[in-house]
Ligand binder design. Structure first.
Ligand SMILES: Cc1cc2nc3c(=O)[nH]c(=O)nc-3n(C[C@H](O)[C@H](O)[C@H](O)COP(=O)(O)OP(=O)(O)OC[C@H]3O[C@@H](n4cnc5c(N)ncnc54)[C@H](O)[C@@H]3O)c2cc1C
Ligand SMILES: *[C@@H]1O[C@H](CO)[C@@H](O)[C@H](O)[C@H]1NC(C)=O
Ligand SMILES: *[C@@H]1O[C@H](CO)[C@@H](O)[C@H](O)[C@H]1NC(C)=O
Ligand SMILES: *[C@@H]1O[C@H](CO)[C@@H](O)[C@H](O)[C@H]1NC(C)=O
Ligand SMILES: *[C@@H]1O[C@H](CO)[C@@H](O)[C@H](O)[C@H]1NC(C)=O
Ligand SMILES: *[C@@H]1O[C@H](CO)[C@@H](O)[C@H](O)[C@H]1NC(C)=O
Ligand SMILES: *[C@@H]1O[C@H](CO)[C@@H](O)[C@H](O)[C@H]1NC(C)=O
Length: 515
């Protein structure tokens, strides 16, 4: 048996291509990682943080939304511009001073992904892009240039005085990079499509260290693949996003106690809104349920980017009583993004898991029952906040986005009607309960998928931005999009740096098309 294993190992090693062999480090990977860290420190003096510098290291490493994503990288590189990212990539992929081996690394922009390993790494290098955070407006005011490491709140605040707006995250703390590369849903999605659909140009550092611009006329295949394809093709350092003149906005939150009656009314209003969104594409509505030992509430987010107060399409949601809080007012995107932060604060252990199904109130009622049943099974976990949300995903989003550049999410297939996007996003405090929570999340996803299948309401779509490591969002984009992304990844990264040396996040090489 041992001889057989050795035999297999021997043939595996000699059958590796030259490219693969470059990624085979010495048996002690610790030595190679330290060599990479030292070389990075020499090439980018003052921009590499080592664990010995305890305060700087923990400040950089802990700057993540979720405690669950904090791992132990061997060093943290903090480039401040695209040339430094290119230098770092060359050191990490080409080896050091003629040494043939390369080092594993993780990419972080805003650090809002909760699952361990998506934006961080144990015994590898953390590439922290948070210093690449410049926000500017083009001279002709038609697009905003956003550094990948900016938070959305910073980006909105920087341009608040200009009277323009652009699509981006609804929670100010989330990062420009990850959200836009996963598609991105914004307050403007019923009007202009997904955030990615509005990107006019990407500045990208390829696996070779080369810096390219991907847009409609230059590297147009890369341009398309980046619209939902996440971290599989290169490191994006800047996004140029189409902007438009924007007057005042009307919106905010209404919080209802989560009684069974209110839940029913909210879900009815949300379903009806989803059906009617095309009549008022300036309106958005989403709802978050939160259950803890001593409170159970429904947080409704209602935003009208046309600045209409109490539009007809909100009537049903606005009429639900009692209301614990009602913050509907004239406001700005920046203020709404800041408000979003307070509902989903930093500093917890979290997990996220999306499911998509057809828009149908009676389906939502059953989904609601199953989701509360799942909570009852684990409600004794200390400090548990069982959070989940429903939001519209109408055909309208894709129709509007297709007028811009579209994306690779696969929602432009002919059979995707009006959908509901649901996300489970519970939080808790002690690592002791991680396994139980993960098990509960997998069980919930399985149960809801079975339920909606039985009801004839299934949809394959899994939103990458909300997905957990056990899911396969890229596979949900469909065979044609998966094949396309694989071709683009191979073309721009023939050695598979972003598949193998960057193990974190969702990898197209591992995606299995679900349709
Ligand atoms: C409270 C909250 C609110 C949210 N609101 C929204 C919302 O309104 N709309 C929405 O669409 N999503 C939303 N999300 C989901 C959010 O889009 C994702 O969490 C997204 O990953 C955040 O981007 P980031 O840059 O902060 O994440 P990171 O964790 O830094 O990155 C996410 C992934 O992308 C990779 N990556 C990041 N930057 C780059 C880059 N420049 N080049 C290549 N790869 C990169 C990372 O390696 C990682 O795998 C929300 C999440 C939370 C927790
Ligand atoms: C620790 O890191 C900080 C921030 O990068 C830096 O200013 C400081 O000089 C470092 N301290 C040491 C001892 O290297
Ligand atoms: C950019 O990031 C740095 C480091 O986190 C921070 O000090 C600075 O305020 C940020 N700039 C903007 C415009 O947000
Ligand atoms: C597209 O990229 C090319 C460089 O490759 C650049 O000259 C051009 O300005 C870019 N177009 C847009 C719209 O950014
Ligand atoms: C559904 O929405 C429409 C338009 O917004 C509204 O006219 C109708 O009364 C709503 N239906 C219910 C049951 O409230
Ligand atoms: C909720 O109450 C149960 C039973 O009283 C207790 O065991 C659990 O620790 C509590 N959980 C929270 C969230 O405090
Ligand atoms: C959907 O979008 C993809 C990516 O832009 C495109 O290749 C495909 O042709 C589109 N499909 C339809 C049915 O429009």
């Amino acid at each position: 048996m041992e001889l057989f294993a050795a035999f297999i190992l021997f043939f595996t090693v000699i059958s590796l291509t030259a490219a693969d062999r470059r990624f085979v480090g010495p048996s002690d990977t610790k030595i190679s990682v330290l060599t990479c860290c030292t070389a990075l420190g020499n090439q980018l003096p003052g921009q590499v943080v080592f664990p010995q510098n305890k305060s700087a290291y923990s400040e950089a490493n802990n700057n993540r939304w979720s405690v669950t994503s904090i791992l132990v990288p061997s060093c943290i590189v903090q480039p401040t511009n695209v040339d430094q990212v290119s230098t770092a990539v060359k050191v990490l992929t080409k080896g050091v001073d003629g040494n043939p081996y390369a080092c594993k690394f993780a990419i972080k922009s805003g650090g809002h992904t909760s699952w361990a390993g998506a934006n961080n790494i144990d015994c590898g290098i953390s590439l922290d892009l948070s210093y690449i955070n410049k926000t500017t407006l083009s001279r002709d005011r038609t697009f905003a240039c956003l550094g990948t490491g900016s938070t959305w709140l910073n980006a909105y605040q920087e341009l608040d005085h200009t009277g323009i707006a652009f699509p981006g995250g609804r929670c100010g703390d989330a990062g420009v990079g990850g959200l836009t590369l996963g598609g991105g849903i914004s307050f403007f999605t019923p009007r202009v499509g997904f955030v990615a659909d509005n990107v006019l140009n990407y500045e990208v550092v390829l696996a070779s260290g080369e810096i390219v611009h991907a847009n409609r006329t230059s590297h147009s295949d890369l341009f398309t693949a980046l619209k939902g394809g996440s971290s599989n093709f290169g490191i994006v350092t800047r996004f140029d996003i189409a902007a438009f003149d924007q007057g005042r906005i009307w919106g905010g939150g209404i919080i209802n106690p989560a009684t069974a009656g209110a839940a029913d009314q909210v879900l009815s209003a949300l379903s009806n809104f989803t059906t009617n969104n095309h009549d008022d594409p300036l309106a958005t509505f989403g709802t978050i349920f939160s259950y803890t030992n001593d409170s159970s509430i429904i947080i409704n987010s209602l935003v009208h980017t046309g600045g209409t107060a109490h539009p007809k399409i909100f009537q049903q949601a606005e009429s639900i009583t009692p209301q614990l809080i009602n913050s509907l007012r004239y406001t700005s995107v920046a203020n709404l993004a800041a408000e979003g932060n307070s509902f989903l604060a930093r500093g917890y252990r979290d997990l996220m898991g999306p499911i998509t199904f057809k828009n149908d109130f009676s389906v939502m009622q059953l989904v609601q029952q199953v989701t509360l049943g799942a909570y009852n099974n684990i409600k004794n976990i200390p400090d548990l906040d069982w959070i989940y949300s429903y939001e519209p995903l109408p055909k309208l989003y894709t129709q509007q986005g297709s007028k811009h550049s579209g994306n690779v999410l696969g929602l432009n297939r002919t059979d995707s009607g009006d959908l509901i996007l649901m996300m489970l996003s519970p939080r808790w405090k002690s690592a002791e309960y991680d396994a139980q929570m993960n098990k509960a999340a997998v069980a919930w996803v399985t149960a809801i998928q079975e339920l909606v299948f039985l009801l004839g309401a299934s949809d394959p779509f899994l939103f990458l931005n909300y997905a957990d490591g056990f899911q396969d969002p890229m596979g949900s984009y469909g065979q044609a999009n998966v094949d396309f992304m694989k071709r683009v990844a191979t073309k721009y990264d023939p050695q598979g740096v972003f598949q193998k040396l960057v193990p974190g996040g969702f990898k197209v090489s591992q995606a299995r098309a679900s349709w």
